[in-house]
Ligand binder design. Structure first.
Ligand SMILES: Cc1ncc(COP(=O)(O)O)c(C=O)c1O
Length: 401
């Protein structure tokens, strides 16, 4: 992003050359029909695109306002949108002659996606993960290991995503020749924000085409949850020039508005530089990165993609937030009304749909991106619903020989 307020590449000098090489590989790949053919083939015949656009008929009738559509990114191989930018980066890594993908992960979803792509493309894979996230997302750790990845626990700081990013960056600098750092959102130093947005922009293009075919018009609003912002930027990109379409990112409102109770940059984000890029970050009074909280590990991060921060400050993208409780309630509502069990991250967008749709006209359309499916959150859902029989099941499993 030239002449931008946010973004950039605030990295040690030894990373410059690597980032320059990556930028050049990305720019040439964009215009290379062979790269595009391989990428499109993987999206279609491996990941399973286009993903479906589900008309949420019963939810629409119940809420009594705008027609609700759900863009089902959870249908992708490995269960979320993350695989799309991993496939793109995996192909670029091979183009650059790298042997290994390294990644950080919060919810585990990006780690699973990276491990999946590494297995498919014949690359080694190392995933860094905070021990707090390992505890919350054990099933994904198990899956990453089954896929052949090595999961490295990160024990310092808040033991969540931001610490995993630090550790991945450190490892990368020691292994620049053989490793590609597969960043899991539209953040990090340039070219990652624009590169991951480019790969994810297929979401918005599909929404436009599918809605055109079904309804013959544009939506009034497109909504997506925001951790770093990759499913949001992917959903919004194709609509940025369409001024009639509201673009709404939904952040983690957690359990309150005090420091450490949420992960919303709308509530308290201020400009800063962290982990190689300039953007809005949650910070303490001393300018250190503040602790964050969200029931969903994938939204539990202090920063937001620089392009998204600019779109927010310019007024083109609106940000709002949903609390932990609202997200759990919304996931339950859409499971019961539509048979769709969403990831807790995506359920934040669904919570906003429930608030917005009844206030909109019946001739309007609202599209929410379901960034992932809820299988990975089985344990979190069971806890949220205080399901005692699930607890007993876990005890029995533990004791089973
Ligand atoms: C299912 C799901 N949705 C959303 C996110 C948030 O990431 P982003 O804001 O980059 O889409 C994650 C992150 O791990 C995720 O796993």
């Amino acid at each position: 992003m030239k002449n931008s307020k946010y973004g950039g590449a605030y990295v040690p000098e030894m990373l410059w050359e690597t980032l320059k090489e990556l930028t050049a590989a990305f720019e040439s790949a964009k215009n290379d029909p062979a790269f595009q053919k391989e990428f499109q083939d993987l999206l279609k015949n491996y990941s399973g695109r286009p993903t479906t656009l589900i008309f949420a008929e019963r939810a629409t009738a119940d809420l009594g306002g705008a027609k609700i559509y759900l863009k089902n990114e959870g249908a992708n191989l490995s269960g979320a949108h993350k695989i799309t930018h991993c496939l793109g980066q995996g192909l670029l890594a091979k183009r650059l002659g790298k042997k290994m993908l390294i990644a950080e992960t919060g919810a585990g979803q990006h780690g699973v996606a990276t491990a999946t792509v590494a297995a498919r493309l014949g690359l080694e894979c190392i995933v860094f993960m905070g021990t707090e996230d390992i505890r919350r997302q054990r099933p994904n750790v198990f899956l990453m290991e089954r896929l052949g990845a090595k999961v490295v626990p990160v024990e310092y700081g808040s033991k969540t995503l931001k610490d995993a990013v630090n550790e991945a960056l450190k490892f990368w600098m020691e292994h620049l020749a053989e490793a590609h750092y597969c960043i899991g959102s539209v953040l990090g130093p340039s070219p990652y924000p624009e590169m991951n947005r480019y790969f994810q922009s297929v979401i918005g293009r599909e929404i436009r085409a599918q809605l055109q075919e079904r309804e013959g018009k544009l939506p009034s609003a497109v909504l997506a949850c925001v951790g770093g912002g990759s499913n949001a930027m992917g959903s919004f990109d194709d609509f940025i020039g369409e001024k009639s379409v509201r673009l709404i990112g939904v952040e983690a409102g957690g359990i309150g508005k005090n420091v450490g109770e949420h992960a919303s940059r709308k509530i308290a984000g201020v400009p800063g530089i962290f982990q190689g890029y300039k953007s809005l970050f949650l910070q303490t009074d001393e300018g250190q990165i503040a602790p964050t909280h969200s029931i969903s590990a994938g939204l539990d991060y202090p920063g937001i993609g620089p392009e998204l921060a600019e779109l927010y400050e310019s007024g083109r993208v609106e940000l709002t937030y949903a609390t932990d409780a609202e997200a759990v309630d919304a996931a339950d509502f859409f499971a019961k009304h539509e048979g769709v069990i969403s990831a807790l991250e995506s359920a934040h967008a669904l919570a906003e749909v429930r608030k917005m749709a009844p206030k909109m006209g019946r001739d309007e359309i609202i599209v929410a991106t379901l960034s992932g499916r809820g299988d990975k959150d089985l344990f979190n859902f069971a806890r949220a619903f205080k399901d005692e029989s699930f607890k007993q099941f876990l005890k029995d499993e533990y004791e089973r020989k």
